[in-house]
Design a protein around this ligand. Structure first.
Ligand code: GRF
Length: 222
């Protein structure tokens, strides 16, 4: 199903914004979304520059200017809602979110995480995958719920862990896969094919997903 109007998005970042770039590049290739704003909690990060170069409005809401997490999230919510997005994209947004904020965007906020969830929630996922002797690692896109990195999974892309990998090399290969699956999940949502139902289950093309869509290391995403 094609929407008459591109899906309005707001993207939240804290850093380099390479996932943001993948979405911007997706738009150039026909992804039907309108990135209305990029918001960063960190001033001066490269992702803001990427947005400016693409002509996207940017805002900085620095968490250091707030005493309480609740206060920050309320201000962030007001700022996001000024842009009236149908979907909020966390793209390397390094903040723990309050439950009020998460509930406000229930079913309309995605996160990307650099592991094959539910394995390795939280930080340092690549080193942890190496330390645990994993053969497969990868990235996951999920709906955001109050459970940190624990929301319903939409899509995963795997990479094979090589014997001579270090965390940096592995991270680089995972990041490439992130750039493939994030625009894909957004496209499904923009096309009206993807939703979270009242029971918190992922619905794709009218079917309840028992597990995420999984791309094996050999499979091309698309
Ligand atoms: C990615 O690995 C993402 O999965 C994680 O933070 C990193 C952000 O990278 N949450 P970028 O800012 O999109 O380049």
């Amino acid at each position: 199903m094609n929407r008459a109007k591109p899906l309005p998005l707001v993207v939240l970042i804290s850093g380099s914004g390479s996932n943001l770039q993948a979405i911007i590049d997706g738009v150039a290739k026909g992804l039907q979304v309108d990135i209305r704003a990029v918001i960063s909690n960190q001033p001066g990060v490269f992702g803001l520059q990427r947005a400016e170069e693409a002509g996207i409005p940017t805002r900085v809401l620095d968490h250091k200017d707030f005493h309480q997490r609740e206060e920050y999230d309320e201000a962030l919510q007001s700022l996001i809602d000024e842009f009236r997005p149908d979907l909020v994209i966390l793209a390397g947004f390094m903040r723990i979110l309050t439950s009020g904020f998460v509930r406000h965007y229930a079913g309309r906020m995605f996160n990307i995480h650099p592991s094959l969830l539910p394995k390795f929630r939280g930080l340092h996922t690549h080193q942890r995958a190496l330390d645990d002797g994993e053969i497969l690692h990868g990235a996951s896109v999920h709906f955001v719920t109050e459970e940190l990195d624990g929301g319903p999974l939409i899509v995963q892309a795997q990479v094979r862990v090589e014997t001579d990998d270090d965390a940096e090399r592995l991270a680089a290969r995972v990041l490439k896969r992130e750039h493939q699956i994030y625009p894909l999940a957004i496209r499904w949502f923009a096309e009206g094919r993807l939703a979270l139902n009242a029971q918190g289950r992922v619905i794709l093309d009218g079917r309840e997903q028992k597990q995420p869509v999984i791309f094996t290391p050999e499979q091309v995403v698309g």
